[in-house]
Design a protein around this ligand. Structure first.
Ligand code: DGL
Length: 274
C-alpha cells in the first residue's frame, strides 16, 4: 500500500490519547508496542471517572473538553481510547477536528465479526456503552450475527483499585459472564479499555474456546493502518517522548498507573479541563 509522506513539522507532532481514567493506558501500551518511534500525550480525566454510569450527554461534554485540550497541544491525530466516550462523541469529534480521529468500537467489532465461528458474539462493557448500543450498530452489517451485551460496572472499580485477581473478583466475574456463556458466545469483545487488565480472569471463567477481542489491541492496529495510509508515521528509529496528563492528582495517577502497567507510566502532570 502506498502513502504520501507528511512534512517533518506534522510528522514530529505527538499522537493524543484520551480516556476517562486509566483504561486507555492499555491502548497506549498496545500503540507503543506497534509505534515505538512516535511521541504520545495521554490524558486521563481521572477527576471525573468513571464515565460508565454517567448519562451519554455528560460523557460527550467531558470527552469533548478532553479532546479539545489535546487538539490544542497540536497533536497529529486523536485516539478516543475509551469505549464509553467513543460511543458518545465519535461523530461530533469527526466534525470538530481536521486531524485523523480513531476510536475503539469499530475496530473491535470488525475483528469479532471476522473471528466468530458460530455467529454468537458477546460484548462486556460499561453501562454507558451498553446504553449507546454502539456495538449493536457496529456489527449490524453482519447479517445472522447475534450480539449479547453485558454491562459490568464493577470491573472498572476493581481495575482502578489495582485488583486483577482473587476470590471477590472471580465471584463477580462469574456472575457477570454467566449470561454470555448461556448465550453460547464463541467470541467476546472486551468493550472497555480497562478490561484487558482483567483478560486473565475473563479467560479463566469463559474458557479457552471463547476468543477474547481486546478493543485496545484492535484500536492500535487501526491507528497503525490509518496513520500509515496518510504517511503520518516516522519510518526511522528515534527517541520518543511519552507524556501523561491527568485531571486528578498527579502522584495518584503515577502510582496507580505504575501498579497497573509497571514502569510504562513514568510520571504525570495535573491539568484542568473545565
Ligand atoms: N475505559 C472506559 C471505557 O472504555 C470506561 C471507564 C469508565 O467507566 O470511566 O469505556
Amino acid at each position: 500500500m502506498t502513502s504520501q509522506r507528511a512534512g517533518g513539522d506534522v510528522l514530529d507532532r505527538p499522537i493524543g490519547l484520551f480516556d476517562s481514567g486509566f483504561g486507555g493506558l492499555t491502548v497506549m501500551r498496545a500503540l507503543v508496542d506497534q509505534l515505538p518511534h512516535e511521541d504520545f500525550i495521554y490524558l486521563g480525566d481521572t477527576a471525573r471517572a468513571p464515565y460508565g454510569p454517567r448519562p451519554i450527554a455528560e460523557v460527550r461534554q467531558f470527552a469533548l473538553q478532553g479532546l479539545d485540550y489535546l487538539a490544542g497541544l497540536e497533536v497529529k491525530a486523536l485516539v478516543i481510547a475509551c469505549n464509553s466516550a467513543s460511543g458518545a462523541v465519535l461523530h461530533d469529534a469527526r466534525e470538530r477536528y481536521s486531524i485523523p480521529i480513531f476510536e475503539v468500537i469499530l475496530p473491535a467489532a470488525k475483528r469479532a465479526v471476522a473471528a466468530t465461528r458460530n455467529g454468537r458474539v458477546g460484548v462486556v462493557c460499561t453501562q454507558a456503552t451498553a446504553t449507546s448500543r454502539s456495538y449493536d450498530d457496529a456489527v449490524a452489517v453482519a447479517a445472522d450475527l447475534s450480539l449479547t451485551t453485558k454491562a459490568c460496572p464493577r470491573f472498572v472499580e476493581f481495575v482502578e483499585a489495582g485488583i486483577t485477581g482473587g476470590p471477590e473478583l472471580l465471584g463477580v466475574a462469574q456472575q457477570y459472564l454467566a449470561p454470555l456463556s448461556q448465550a453460547d458466545v464463541d467470541t467476546l469483545i472486551l468493550g472497555c479499555t480497562h478490561y484487558p487488565l482483567l483478560a486473565g480472569v475473563i479467560n479463566y471463567v469463559m474458557g479457552n474456546e471463547v476468543t477474547l477481542v481486546s478493543s485496545a489491541d484492535t484500536c492500535a492496529q487501526a491507528v497503525y493502518s490509518g496513520m500509515t495510509r496518510r504517511g503520518l508515521l516516522h519510518e526511522q528509529p528515534r527517541d520518543a517522548v511519552r507524556t501523561f496528563l491527568t485531571t486528578g492528582d498527579a502522584d495518584d495517577f503515577h502510582g496507580i498507573g505504575r501498579r497497573l502497567l509497571g514502569g510504562f507510566v513514568t510520571g504525570a502532570t495535573t491539568v484542568a479541563l473545565d
